[in-house]
Ligand binder design. Structure first.
Ligand SMILES: Nc1ncnc2c1ncn2[C@@H]1O[C@H](COP(=O)(O)OP(=O)(O)OP(=O)(O)O)[C@@H](O)[C@H]1O
Ligand SMILES: [Mg+2]
Length: 445
């Protein structure tokens, strides 16, 4: 629960106000002088201070020096409503001011904003703690330095309304990051609507985004509300923004600049309260020089640019991600399959041109192929799968026992690997320990 400190020397005002604040979901303490307020701040940092402008031992604003503006919101209360004081106060780091007599509705708005900011901050703190413990940030997995930078950027931009431009190769997690930004914003209760500009026909994008009035074109037999209307209060994710037709980019820019939208065939503009997150797997500057993206739109979109590193720059995250996807599959299927060291090592060496998506699909594929251990044999050849060192083959007669076939394959592989047991185990897709056990059973060294 967030904590509020209420400071006023008028007890008739102070106590009812403190009660009101408490009812809105804060724990409160009260002080009637600067001195008392300082003592209380020393013992517990409040998330919110409501403070009278004039106190017996000084000015409320003097308290600002004792506070960290990133953790405490200061709201000034003044009986002497003067624009000058208020402006001066806002410049000094006060977040808002209220005048006496109090407008209860305004007070409630101020309190709600503080509560919301507090909840989001707590959530980000929890995520950071989780990151240190498990190497994940919400539904994003990865503990590498490159990903920590991404998490920091998300934490910074999520609570704001800034437009975000996500770049990064295909499969690096742009959509997942967009969802995370939405989930950590004040818009989280409202819709998150993704639209892939490359996947729907250019002629449809306009009506999908902005909506249309009945009869505005052939086939428009009823009024259609576009994404901007349907996402009210939420976030629109415009994937592959460079695939949006050039003329539409002008319209989009206008919507962003004016915060209003006009349906196709419509006469009245409608107000929109939507945050836009856009993504592209091309270099936006290149797209501008190739005439795929309007420069003015790019500037509007990249208020906050965020680049996702390719998987090959994320070091050990490959293993974390592989284990994460495997755990998801095990959970869904009620299995307990494990990845062998050798398989993980091969994955670590791969370049991953398809990034996290390629890794996810590969784990899924290997999961299906494997019984209990997911070994090198379950990986495709380009990851260094079960290609024998030479093209040698083995003739197995139908009628022989499985154990016999097993033994002959193991021995042939071992000999093909020049007696290198580790290599043979890798090729066979079994653990070194299993190979030793077999050799022991065959009474071989
Ligand atoms: N850091 C991550 N942790 C967990 N899962 C991830 C991570 N990054 C990506 N994924 C998963 O990988 C897949 C691909 O991610 P996503 O669709 O977000 O990529 P993208 O960058 O939007 O790709 P494209 O440019 O091809 O659209 C998704 O299933 C996503 O859930
Ligand atoms: Mg995508």
């Amino acid at each position: 629960m967030p904590h509020a400190l209420v400071v006023d020397d008028d007890a008739n005002f102070l106590l009812p106000l403190a009660e009101l604040v408490e009812r809105e979901g804060f724990s409160t303490s009260v002080a009637s002088s600067l001195h008392d307020a300082r003592m209380l701040i020393g013992s517990r940092t409040p998330d919110l201070i409501l403070i009278d402008l004039f106190l017996p031992d000084g000015k409320g604003l003097d308290l600002l020096a004792d506070l960290d503006s990133t953790t405490t919101e200061v709201v000034l209360i003044t009986g002497h409503a003067s624009v000058d004081t208020a402006v001066q106060a806002l410049r000094q780091g006060v977040s808002d001011y209220l005048t006496k007599p109090l407008d209860i509705q305004r007070l409630k708005t101020v309190l709600t904003n503080v509560l919301r900011a507090h909840a989001l901050r707590e959530e980000v703190d929890t995520l950071r703690a989780e990151l240190r413990r498990l190497g994940r940030f919400g539904s994003l997995v990865g503990a590498s330095a490159a990903m920590q930078k991404v998490y920091d950027a998300i934490a910074r931009v999520a609570p704001t309304d800034a437009t975000v431009l996500l770049t990064g190769e295909s499969g690096t997690g742009k959509e997942l990051v967009a969802e995370t930004v939405h989930a950590l914003s004040r818009r989280r209760q409202a819709p998150f609507l993704p639209l892939n500009c490359g996947a729907i026909s250019p002629s449809l994008i306009e009506s999908e985004l902005f909506g249309h009035e009945r009869g505005s074109f052939t086939g428009a037999d009823r009024t259609h509300r576009g994404y901007f209307e349907r996402a009210a209060g939420g976030t629109i994710f415009l994937d592959e923004i460079t695939e949006m037709p050039f003329e539409l980019q002008v319209k989009l820019l206008r919507v962003l600049e004016t915060a209003t939208v006009l349906r196709i065939g419509g006469e009245q503009t409608l107000p929109v309260d939507v945050r836009v997150i856009a993504a592209s797997n091309r270099q936006p500057d290149d797209a501008v020089s190739h005439g795929k993206l309007r420069e003015d739109l790019l500037y509007r979109l990249k208020v906050f640019p965020l680049h996702l590193p390719p998987l090959c720059e994320r070091g050990d995250d490959v293993e974390l991600l592989a284990q994460h996807f495997l755990a998801q599959l095990n959970k869904a299927e009620g299995t307990a399959k494990v990845l062998t060291r050798a398989a993980l090592q091969r994955m670590r060496m791969h370049r991953w041109p398809g990034n996290v998506r390629e890794l996810k699909n590969l784990v899924h594929h290997a999961f299906i192929l494997a019984d209990e251990e997911i070994g090198v044999d379950c990986l495709p050849a380009e990851i260094g799968g079960a290609e024998p060192p030479s093209g040698a083959s083995l003739h197995l007669k139908v009628g022989m026992s499985l154990a016999d076939a097993d033994r002959r394959l193991i021995l042939a592989t071992l000999s093909e690997c020049g007696g290198d047991k580790r290599k043979a185990a890798d090729v066979l897709g079994i653990s070194l320990k299993t190979l030793y056990n077999r050799l022991k059973a065959y009474q071989l060294p």
